[in-house]
Design a protein around this ligand. Structure first.
Ligand SMILES: [Zn+2]
Ligand SMILES: [Zn+2]
Length: 314
């Protein structure tokens, strides 16, 4: 069963960890290395046991902590070639171990299957992810200007969706801190999703498989967690899927570890447990098995990734 903790989300930094009993994957590293280490430990994931870091795109709020974090943790970075190119000539100072994956490609990290897909955002080649294990599926969709059919298709059948709900349209229009040009960028087809856009997306893809929606990247000035949750919940309820819980990830603190869907076996003693919902009705959900995938080549990581860069095409 996949589990997720959003370590932090908002305009100051974004990162999440998704893991099974044997595989641990970080999504983005936009918090400081110190915070990444602290928050991973807080949710029961030892940083040096990570199997990979998936990178959505090169904006600072998604990769800020990478350089320093990777000094102490030897872990391969997974990105497409364009994103790696812009990062090694920009924010990353030190050589890294890279696994280059195509946008639209599918590959395995341990026992987690990762499907990448393109999203519209003002970065070089931003990606969203659908992660699966044999029991469950989690969709990751953040920093998106507008929703395409491809994104909808990848979010269908997920048990948990992490999706941005950046701003409320009225609060953004009324905001006095942002100049018009910034508002235009946020509103544009390469900016961010509003509560209404996210609600429309989630409402469309919500089905009996969906257990939880985690909202992220909320603007501090132009959104309110209660408003975002209410807007998205209304769309889900209108679709007749009232079993879905909706919560907001926070900037300052990680969420607890959340199972992708109901039916999670008891956690190991060292991990925080998820409180059982009141009036919980056991739901038997079936998740379609992932399509057959080609196992990745066995690779040997560089003994010291600081010494030289290792780039491998997946
Ligand atoms: Zn961002
Ligand atoms: Zn961005």
């Amino acid at each position: 069963m996949l589990r997720i903790s959003v370590l932090g989300s908002g305009s100051s930094g974004n990162s999440a960890v998704i893991f099974t009993d044997t595989t641990r994957v970080l999504i983005d590293a936009g918090l400081s290395a110190r915070q990444l280490n602290r928050r991973l430990e807080a949710v029961g994931v030892a940083p040096d046991t990570l199997d990979g870091i998936l990178i959505t795109h090169e904006h600072g709020d998604h990769v800020r902590g990478l350089d320093v974090f990777c000094r102490s943790v030897k872990v391969p970075l997974y990105s497409n070639a364009s994103t790696r190119e812009v990062m090694v000539t920009g924010p990353l100072k030190e050589p890294k171990t890279w696994r280059i994956v195509p946008t639209g490609g599918k590959f395995m990290i341990g026992d987690i299957q990762v499907q990448t897909f393109p999203v519209a955002h003002d970065a070089t080649e931003p990606m969203g992810f659908a992660l699966r294990d044999p029991e469950s599926a989690i969709g990751i969709l953040s920093d998106v200007g507008y929703v395409t059919n491809l994104m909808r298709n990848h979010m269908r059948g997920m048990n948990t969706i992490f999706v941005e709900a950046n701003y409320d349209g009225v609060l953004l229009q009324n905001d006095t801190k942002r100049p018009w040009s910034i508002k235009q960028r946020i509103l544009s087809r390469h900016g961010h999703l509003s509560n209404a856009q996210t609600a429309a997306l989630v409402g469309e893809v919500a089905d009996e498989h969906l257990h939880r929606v985690i909202l992220g990247h909320l603007s501090q000035d132009c959104n309110e967690p209660d408003l975002a949750i209410r807007t998205i919940k209304e769309a889900i309820t209108a679709k007749g899927q009232s079993q879905v819980s909706v919560l907001c990830a926070q900037q300052a603190e990680p969420t607890t570890c959340l199972a992708a869907r109901r039916g999670w076996l008891p956690p190991r003693p060292s991990e925080p447990s998820e409180p059982a919902p009141l009036n919980a009705v056991p739901v038997v959900e079936t998740v379609p098995p992932p399509e057959a995938v080609t196992p990745p080549k066995q690779t040997t990581m560089a003994a010291d990734t600081r010494a030289y860069e290792q780039v491998e095409m997946f």
